[in-house]
Design a protein. Sequence first.
Length: 214
Amino acid sequence: MNLSFLKGLQSIWLQNDLLSDTANLDFTAIPYWGDDDAFENNWSGKRNKALASIQAVLAQDPESGILCYGDTTIRSERQNDVILEFLDFYYPDPKLNKSLKYLVFDSKFTTYQNLNKLNSKGIKFITIRRRSKSLVEHINSIDISQFKKIRVEKANGKSRNITAYEEKSTLKDYDGEIHQIYTKGNGRNQTAIIITNEFDSHLRRLSGNIAADG
């Protein structure tokens, strides 16, 4: 019943052009304070610790603010595949419906193997790459003069000046190259590492999709 209700709303939103071409996806832990034997421990960013909770996923349209999808039945064994379940919900065959073009999510939302599946379906993704020692060393070796100054819009309507450097790279379990962007001045102490399969959009748009969530 819940799924049918969500699909009905989805149809209305699409018919009335209330959804943009982008969806932001994120997990959220709903704390449970009773007998926790039946509940998994999930990380809660708000409380900065793992606690007995219901793991939920939400999808939000960044322009309208509409929560276009939600699922509170997420278990750890299927967490990595939630992004593919969202696509199945949104439409059975994304090649026949081009209304959704971009998925934005953080580095732990899914696997590189699933990023490859998104790419094969024609869906553009924008996410943060997990940093490694060798990757950090590579970033530190780039001359700061190679970074471009750009201005990006945040979700609250304000703008922010950042610097960015872009290059092509590869990922394990991913066919072909990805577009890798390093940004500084994004409100974080460390350089953010953005990866996407979008090569045509302007650097400001790609960086802004992540900065807006910050």
